[in-house]
Design a binder for this molecule. Structure first.
Ligand SMILES: [Zn+2]
Ligand SMILES: [Zn+2]
Length: 763
């Protein structure tokens, strides 16, 4: 800039230039694990290959990227990469709409999304990106399925699914619209069919217990902890053993320990391990079977229509009152898991509904429902009770009757029954030319897929045609980015033994949307399972993530963004108009991560103005400085007045101002460092903006004192602006680096992007 002209702020040009430079330098490649610097695996969410990056992604990745760049600048080794969650219904529906195969659809979507994310300048290691629908990757799901099956943590059971008779297919919840099929609009039924289940119940208690450790670490934010508590659905209460007429006993639970005398019935989950014992009567048993296998009207899911089976049996009252009738109802499951509970209508709305239907049709329980009963034992209690806990979190199905998912490595043989596919035969390949239409399961109609040989007897057998829900893929999706891409094709046994996994895990921080609670909970569960089975035994507490930040959503006009409401913000359009730095800065500036971001243009305008002013101001000062340096160092003696030093200008009237500026910079860097360490990006950005105000204020004061800046004043100003650029890198990396380059004295080209304070390691 020695000619003194000031380049105008042109985000499109400078952003392309920086992105090109990062690409050339391999700036964000994951470092080799040979080094001994501190390591951080920062885990972003795994996006669905939905077709487009939306503003919620921009928010999420801007937070994660700021943190990743900050950690790198502090000299830490950073792994920042993700895999696409590319199986599942959204892709299948997208492919149906686009009349192409799901594999072609997800490839196209992923390429487009990567292009968008690159344009935003996120510092992902693209070499480690993968798609869960690639055969070399979905063999992880198949391996995990077999491993959990061996350990008894995957099992076959019966579950209810939505079914459309017209389309002859099961439907996902989002495909059921007001009780009708999304495709043909005919009514939907709940049917029972055999399904594969994941036994998360085995680790629910440990997940609960570990929560206090995670909270104590200070690395899990309140949103994230709350989501884990919500998924657990822990209910504290008491349990007691009640006797039947024939001497049989049943352990029943209630959260209302102080109201045992108000118990009116006992409700058992149809999944309770002992339920058969209470359905001995032939007619009752038939009804139970009906409940399990027959169609259940969709409307029957509400409490007032949920099936109730009166078993005709009774249990003694815990307080010596009338015997309590025993009923079976699936209503227990969603509230307390597969257990048995006391029905206490005076304190519980659902129990009141059941009691009205079951016991006294004419009687209405007037007492306000859902009032917790007083603590402590009931006066007339005759049966001893003990403190107990129940969890709503329960085993769930992992199989789907769909063609775009990981094939389940199971075959059915007439002679041998259900046989797992041996691990050395993995992966079981999914045919890629399947074109789902929405009706039936096209995979089940493919003879070349279905017909196979039995791995045990060699006779003919049929493959399982259900596929794994993509939620199952998500159980391992956080692991493979720890594996160098050159190792990716190796056997899983080899991969899981790699030192890389031990070096990067647990992930230092998950940064994801607050709707990721279920994913994280189940990932915590499977980590504990793999710890106990062996492959992840080095994670002693079974926790995959040392820290977790759940940010809230981006909304518009106080409502969720949706095409239907016409309030969707298009990141591409915003970048086109303002550049990536402005958009990134705006989503960070507009709200704390823990709060919903109500989208408005004002944050964009504010950030755009800030960057433009910073650019113009800094460039003008750098150009002047550079011109001054050229002149004072010029060999042929320029005619321009040479720079005067403070001493030449007389008494140094501005030394205290320079000192104060230094102090301001120091304080600002301290605050920004602290904010970034706690992922308080909103506060960090504001502190960066404040520092700019202070720097301008300094210049004004110097001019007021002395009329112009002496060499020392100017030097202090340039140093402060360069420092500001360095701390701006995590938030607006393109403009920040361009400003740093402009701040360099003529003849130098190496910019210092290290963090100006609080270095963890010496470089
Ligand atoms: Zn239908
Ligand atoms: Zn066989």
């Amino acid at each position: 800039m020695s000619d003194g002209t000031i380049p105008s702020y042109d985000p499109q040009t400078i952003e392309a230039r920086r992105q090109h430079a990062w690409h050339e330098q391999g700036a964000f490649r994951t470092p080799d694990i040979a080094g001994d610097r501190p390591r951080k695996y920062i885990k972003p969410s795994a996006p669905f290959t939905s077709g487009n990056i939306h503003i919620g992604h921009v928010r999420s990745y801007s937070i994660g990227d700021a943190y990743a760049r900050f950690c790198r600048a502090r000299g830490e080794e950073v792994l920042f990469a993700f895999g696409f969650d590319s199986f599942g219904l959204p892709a299948e529906l997208g492919a149906i709409a686009g009349k192409e195969s799901p594999s072609a659809w997800v490839d196209r979507c992923a390429q487009h999304m990567i292009g968008q994310l690159r344009r935003l300048g996120f510092s992902f290691d693209w070499e480690r990106t993968f798609m869960s629908s690639d055969a070399v990757m979905y063999r992880w799901s198949q391996w995990l399925f077999l491993t959990l099956l061996d350990a008894g943590l995957v099992y076959r059971g019966t579950g209810s699914v939505d079914w459309c008779d017209t389309c002859q297919t099961t439907l996902a919840t989002i495909q059921v619209e007001n009780g009708t099929c999304w495709r043909c609009h005919d009514p939907v039924r709940l049917i029972q069919r055999p399904q594969w289940y994941l036994r998360i119940s085995a680790y629910v208690e440990e997940n609960d217990r570990r929560l206090s450790e995670l909270a104590a670490s200070g690395m899990w934010d309140e949103n994230a902890l709350a989501s884990q508590r919500f998924v657990l659905g822990r209910v504290d209460g008491v349990e007691l053993d009640l006797c039947a007429e024939d001497g049989a006993t049943l352990t029943v639970f209630t959260p209302h320990s102080g109201a045992l005398e108000l118990a009116r019935f006992v409700a058992i989950s149809p999944k309770h391990p002992e339920v058969e014992r209470w359905a001995g009567d032939a007619e009752v048993h038939e009804r139970l079977e009906e409940l399990r296998s027959g169609g259940l009207e969709r409307s029957a899911r509400e409490a007032d229509a949920m099936p109730l089976i009166d078993t005709g049996r009774t249990l003694s009252s815990p307080t010596g009152g009338d015997p309590l009738p025993v009923i079976v109802s699936p209503m227990v499951d969603g509230r307390f898991g597969a257990t048995a509970v006391l029905g206490i209508p005076e304190h519980d709305r659902t129990d009141a509904v059941i009691a009205e239907r079951l016991l006294a049709p004419a009687r209405v329980f007037q007492t306000p429902p859902d009032q917790p009963a007083p603590e402590g034992s009931t006066a007339s209690q005759t049966v001893p009770s003990r403190a107990a806990v129940r969890y709503r979190a329960n085993d769930f199905t992992i199989s789907r009757q769909r063609s775009w998912g990981t094939p389940i490595p199971i075959v059915y043989c007439e002679k041998c029954g259900t046989a797992p596919v041996p691990r050395e035969q993995l992966p079981v390949i999914l045919p890629l030319d399947v074109k789902p239409t929405g009706a039936g399961n096209p995979l089940a109609e493919r003879a070349d897929f279905v017909e196979t040989t039995c791995p045990e007897c060699g006779g003919s057998a049929r493959r399982e045609t259900d596929t794994l829900d993509c939620h199952f893929d998500a159980l391992w999706l956080w692991i493979p980015v720890c594996v160098p891409s050159r190792e990716r094709e190796q056997t899983l046994e080899h991969i899981l033994a790699l030192e890389d996994l031990r070096a990067w895990l647990p992930s230092e921080r998950v940064v994801a949307g607050s709707d990721s609670g279920n994913f994280v909970f189940d990932q915590r569960t499977v980590t504990k399972a793999l710890r106990d089975i062996g492959p992840l035994e080095f994670l002693e507490d079974g926790e995959p993530f040392a820290g977790c930040l759940f940010h809230e959503m981006v909304i518009s006009d106080g409502r969720k963004m949706s095409k239907h409401l016409g309030n969707v913000v298009d990141p591409d359009e915003l970048i086109e108009r303002h550049g990536a730095d402005t958009i990134r800065l705006a989503v960070l500036y507009a709200a704390r991560p823990q709060r919903s971001l109500n989208w408005s243009d004002s944050a964009v305008q504010r950030c755009r103005r800030f960057l433009k002013q910073l650019w113009d101001y800094s460039q003008a000062r750098f150009a002047l400085d550079s011109a001054a340096a050229t002149e004072s160092g010029g060999a042929n003696g320029s005619s321009a007045e040479a720079e005067q030093t403070a001493t030449e200008m007389g008494a140094d009237k501005t030394e205290h101002l320079r000192k104060r500026l230094e102090q301001w910079c120091e304080t600002a860097v301290e605050k920004i460092t602290e904010d970034l360490g706690e992922l308080e990006m909103h506060s960090a950005v504001r502190n960066v903006m404040r520092l700019f105000d202070r720097i301008r204020d300094y210049e004004k004061r110097v001019i007021a004192k002395r009329g112009s800046l002496c060499a020392e004043d100017r030097e202090a100003l340039i140093a402060a602006l360069a420092m500001l650029a360095r701390v701006l890198i995590p938030f607006a990396p393109h403009i920040a680096e361009e400003l740093l380059i402009a701040s360099l004295p003529p003849g130098t080209s190496e910019i210092d992007t290290s963090w100006p304070a609080g270095e963890l390691v010496s470089r």
